[in-house]
Write a protein that binds this ligand. Structure first.
Ligand code: ZN
Length: 305
């Protein structure tokens, strides 16, 4: 069984001319490490399609999507929030980032490979129904989940988010939607200062302190996520795969390593084989230290293989 990699050259055209930690070189680092590792031979690489407004509007307010299209600059840049900017190529990058998730869901539901990973940017999990924030314009994972529910009538989708930051946007979009089981671990207290007091039973948040080790994180996953995931019996597993919790990534202060990302991918693959014919779709979120980002993505994909 292979893993399909979805990406698109447009994802490199966002913020090309501005200095920003969420930069095109992140994707180059991932692609270089995939080639260096020899993993390329075990993967199927595909270009994704752009998401349509109709697809985006399932997760976002239509007025917000219209606003992003209207604001997209043809030169220079604009700021959507203090962290999130748009340059000339940003709208196309954001459309392809969300669209790759839709293609990956289609591939999982009807293609040859139930497992895929989307090497995309901008990331998505901080974007709410009507607000860009934290480097995110459209909520890629939420758009993918809504596509799966709308086009394949799925009623139980698990979203796993192990980025070091809480995925406040994903939580807000599915806060009252029990078709989604959202399992999230994040450094707390930390940006965006949400998630620690969420009480909905379909949202399993694991706020953890700075300095959290891989073994502490794995113990929490075993105790809180895995039993809930087995009870939920997901029909599809989506992963907001952020690698900024790596010990070498100074965007956060977790001490995760490649072995932890390999381990979670193996756990999710096993769950998916048991409950949903192996369907796992990973989407890149954070990860800003290029070396550890490349190695961590490779470790995660190896865990899916
Ligand atoms: Zn992050």
């Amino acid at each position: 069984m292979s893993v399909t990699i979805f990406s698109h050259p447009s994802c490199m055209q966002h913020q090309v001319t501005e200095v920003h930690p969420e930069e095109p070189a992140r994707l180059s680092a991932i692609n270089d490490q995939i080639i260096r590792s020899g993993l390329e031979l075990a993967l199927t690489q595909r270009d994704g399609h752009p998401a349509s407004k109709e697809q985006l509007n399932r997760a976002h307010d239509a007025s917000y999507v219209d606003e992003i299209f209207a604001k997209a600059p043809t030169e220079g840049h604009i700021w959507l929030d203090p962290d999130t900017l748009m340059t000339e190529g940003s709208l196309q990058a954001a459309l392809y980032a969300a669209g790759c998730g839709i293609d990956a869901v289609n591939e999982a539901m009807q293609g040859a490979n139930p497992r895929s990973f989307c090497v995309v940017r901008p990331p998505g999990h901080h974007a709410t129904e009507k607000k860009a924030m934290g480097f995110c314009i459209f909520n890629n994972i939420a758009v993918a989940a809504h596509h799966a529910m709308a086009c394949y009538a799925l009623e139980r989708i698990a979203i796993i988010d192990f980025d070091v930051h809480h995925g406040n946007g994903t939580e807000s979009i599915f806060l009252n939607d029990q078709r989604v089981l959202l399992c999230s671990s994040f450094q707390h207290p930390f940006y965006p200062h949400t998630g620690a007091s969420t009480t909905q039973p379909h949202i399993i948040n694991c706020p953890m302190p700075a300095g959290t080790s891989g073994s502490e994180w794995q113990a929490e996953v075993k105790q809180r996520w895995l039993p809930a995931l087995h009870r939920f019996k997901p029909q599809l597993i989506l992963v907001s795969a952020g690698f900024d919790g790596h010990s070498e990534d100074d965007m956060g202060q977790f001490n995760l390593r490649e072995t932890d990302y390999f381990w979670i991918a193996e756990q999710l693959k096993g769950l998916a084989e048991q409950h949903c014919e192996g369907r796992v779709v990973g989407m890149l979120e954070g990860g800003y230290d290029h070396s550890s980002l490349g190695r961590s993505v490779v470790a995660f994909i190896k865990g899916l293989l």
